[in-house]
Design a protein around this ligand. Structure first.
Ligand code: KE4
Length: 428
């Protein structure tokens, strides 16, 4: 049995001063039961907790750690940048280099604005879409999570779904009255929404690969359909690539699926683990942003030199594409191994994967939307989570999250993980 005395003591103290003892809900283990461990160090594919336990980490700080934790290139870049100051609030060369890297990597992005989180990125992209089109309605999809933006916290995914609170307290109905929520992967309801509201729909925002209700893929032709119907009605197609951006390839999901959205949101990977978000798109849209245009958006720490240094180091390390080849191959191996483990134990699972992102649903049928995902056996998932933790493997503490492989994972880690799953699946 893993020792947890120090983490327990820290959690008791944390709960005195931090709501729920955590600074982000999904970390609290509510979906899987028990109390969270407290991390004290991460490196490569490993996390160490306050009691000295170590785990192979498949959460990767929820996506940013694509090179693994604390990669030398990032640590050195941040150290060097810190010697020159931690914040300027003045334009700096690193911001220009970051913008150049993003624009060169993502063909649909001609200009990009940095901010400090994925939430800020999607919130700003929505405002920009409304300002550019002079329309108000936004379509989002059940189970997609775009950060804690008031108008998008409606049937959201991730922690909102995990906590069974798809709609959040504190959001007045007026704030969501312009949000149309539809099932993902369903063409007819989108057609119906445009038939009813066509000229008032500013845009559609979606995760091109929804990974905040587990992970499911767009059905063949679905993204192309969204691209066509938004173009036909002069609405904007907004890809929330906070998770998939620079994770599924340099051009993210839009590169994999060959779709050019009008706006894209980024975060996670582009910050190398420091607080960063970004949104970008066609110049004619982006130039509506202050100070160039009438849509206001700002941030004290936007383009912060430390965050830019970390992000630039990561994107430059990804440029030759070798990391993607490695993590995609390891992703396939992991999914194949877990499928074998489940089969041997007679446990019904749906292993759903794209590149280095995956999810193991405890379900009998494939998952294509939030309704399907809700059929998964969350009780069994909780047992699996804790069983894997005991075996030294840390997966996301919720059925409604995705797992990530980094360039620091190797065959050995995958073999260890599959061996653990083979043992644990027999006990749940
Ligand atoms: P942040 O504000 O947390 O940086 O990004 C919000 C966001 C926006 N869009 C997508 C597709 C996202 O996945 C996220 C954040 N993802 C969650 C994990 N599913 C962050 C983890 C957390 O909330 O603690």
């Amino acid at each position: 049995m893993r020792s947890s005395a120090e983490s327990q003591s820290l959690f008791e103290k944390a709960q005195q001063w931090i709501p729920g003892g955590v600074n982000s809900p999904v970390r609290a283990f509510h979906a899987v039961g028990g109390n969270p461990f407290f991390a004290v160090r991460v490196s490569g594919a490993t996390v160490w907790d306050a009691d000295g336990n170590e785990y192979i980490d498949y959460v990767g700080t929820w996506g940013p750690a694509i090179l693994g934790h604390a990669p030398r290139v990032v640590v050195e870049a941040v150290k060097k940048a810190a010697e020159h100051g931690t914040s300027f609030g003045i334009p700096n060369p690193l911001e220009v280099r970051m913008a150049e890297l993003v624009v060169n990597a993502v063909p649909s992005v001609e200009k990009v604005r940095m901010c400090n989180s994925g939430t800020e990125a999607t919130m700003s992209a929505i405002r920009l879409a409304r300002g550019f089109t002079k329309r108000n309605k936004i379509i989002k999809f059940e189970g997609c999570y775009h950060g804690h933006v008031d108008s998008l916290l409606v049937k959201a995914g991730s922690g909102a779904l995990t906590l069974g609170q798809p709609d959040s307290a504190g959001v007045p109905p007026e704030f969501t009255s312009q949000t149309i929520v539809l099932p993902f992967n369903d063409v007819e309801t989108v057609r119906g929404a445009f038939a009813e509201h066509g000229r008032d729909i500013a845009g559609i925002i979606l995760e091109p690969v929804p990974a905040n209700a587990g992970l499911y893929l767009p059905r063949d032709g679905y993204l192309e359909f969204l691209r066509e119907i938004t173009a036909e009605h002069e609405s904007l197609l907004i890809f929330d690539e906070v998770m998939t951006g620079f994770r599924l390839g340099l051009a993210g999901a839009q590169g994999r699926f060959g779709i050019a959205p009008d706006l894209s949101c980024f975060g996670k990977v582009i910050g190398g683990g420091l607080p960063v978000g970004a949104f970008g798109g066609r110049s004619e849209i982006m130039d509506c942003l202050a100070p160039a245009g009438p849509v206001y958006q700002a941030g004290t720490l936007s383009g912060n030199p430390l965050a830019m240094a970390a992000g630039v180091a990561v994107l430059e390390a990804l440029e030759d594409g070798s990391v993607y080849k490695k993590i995609d191959a390891l992703g396939q191996e992991l999914s194949d191994g877990l499928a074998k483990a489940a089969m041997a134990a007679g446990v019904a699972v749906q292993l759903q994967r794209i590149g280095s992102m995956s999810c193991c649903y405890f379900a009998d049928a494939p998952v294509y939307n939030m309704t399907d995902a809700m059929q998964s056996d969350r009780n069994r998932f909780g047992k699996y989570f804790h069983g894997m933790l005991e075996e030294g493997v840390y997966i996301a503490p919720s059925q409604f999250e995705a797992g990530f492989i980094s360039a620091a994972h190797d065959e050995g880690a995958i073999e260890e993980t599959v061996a653990a799953a083979t043992k644990v699946m027999k006990t749940i």
